[in-house]
Design a protein around this ligand. Structure first.
Ligand code: C5P
Length: 300
């Protein structure tokens, strides 16, 4: 997350993420699934601008920038109480006992229901922005506790770079030294609800380990990369949404080092040799009408 102050606004670039590994270890009594996942933030950003205002109103305006960047405008951006940004601001304000309002402008580029965690990233950015504009002085640890309450993926976005996340996703261990990777990402312009995909997934009978993938990434061992990528949610998503299976078949036809679905879908990504390779792969996939295609790289 990239944070800057401009006049009396806090401006945050909130990144999307890709899951290079996601194993389902068990089903918990609270309805969640115990998992192990390796996530990398990528350079596709929503922009969140927040300004402190007198009174207690939280005014949120959402703009959908996806039209301009080539995304189809199929999913409306919720600007009501369902929006995670508003929920984050309401919760932190309540916890901190603040009697101030905020003006919030959210510009969306990350597609919704895509397994790229745009909503979670927005929520993390809202907590960081609130901490600054309302001068709360909260520590990263305190923010992380509230972040975990808002969503399993939210704590990941409070820190920099890649991480292995465990528990329901809220226990974050940062990873260093993975290097820079180039991706081609396709969103089929139809999303899937996370809860629905988890509701249909199978717990792994013999869990795969994440460490071989971490080692392959660190050594830049591209021959083994595709072998160690894993997403246990992909079969469920393919069964629920035919567009995911179609993406799997289209990605199998292009030359990439490894490929799979991100998170609970529906986005699919391939790992490319270089930015130029990712650009060519994106052009190929766009030409086949698979949806919204872009290239990305992981951000440090
Ligand atoms: O935590 P979050 O609100 O993002 O999760 C959305 C839904 O995804 C949950 O309500 C749950 O159904 C499912 N989920 C799960 N196990 C996880 C994370 C999410 O079952 N580890």
């Amino acid at each position: 997350m990239n944070v800057r102050q401009q006049d009396d606004w806090v401006v945050i670039q909130a990144p999307a993420k890709l899951n290079l590994f996601l194993e389902i270890l068990g089903k918990r009594s609270d309805g969640y699934h115990e998992l192990e996942t390796l996530m990398v933030p990528i350079d596709l950003y929503d922009t969140l601008c927040v300004q402190d205002v007198a009174g207690d109103r939280l005014e949120l305006e959402c703009f959908d920038a996806r039209q301009r960047s080539g995304f189809a405008d199929r999913v409306a951006v919720p600007s009501g109480p369902d929006n995670l940004v508003l929920r984050a601001l309401l919760r932190i304000r309540e916890e901190a006992g603040v009697r101030r309002g905020a003006r919030i402008v959210l510009t969306k580029r990350i597609p919704l229901g895509a397994g790229l965690a745009g909503g979670s990233s927005n929520a993390a950015a809202a907590l960081v922005a609130a901490n600054l504009v309302w001068r709360l002085g909260w520590s990263r640890e305190r923010l992380a506790e509230l972040a975990a309450e808002l969503g399993s993926d939210v704590p990941f976005f409070l820190g920099p770079g890649a991480a292995i996340c465990r528990g329901r996703g809220e226990r974050v261990a940062r990873l260093k030294g993975l290097g820079v990777w180039h991706f081609v990402v396709a969103f089929p312009d139809v999303g899937l609800a996370t809860a629905k995909v988890f509701g249909h997934c199978q717990v792994a009978t013999s869990a795969r380990a994440v460490q071989p993938l971490v080692d392959a990434l660190r050594r830049h061992d591209v021959a083994m990369l595709g072998h160690w990528l894993h997403n246990q949610l992909q079969p469920a998503a393919e069964a629920l949404e035919p567009a995911v299976g179609r993406l799997a078949r289209e990605f199998a036809r292009i030359e990439v080092w490894g490929r799979q679905m991100s998170g609970s879908g529906t986005s699919f990504f391939g790992i490319c040799r270089s930015a130029a390779h990712a650009r060519r792969a994106a052009a190929l996939l766009s030409g086949r009408g698979v949806g919204s295609v872009f290239r990305a790289r992981n951000c440090q």
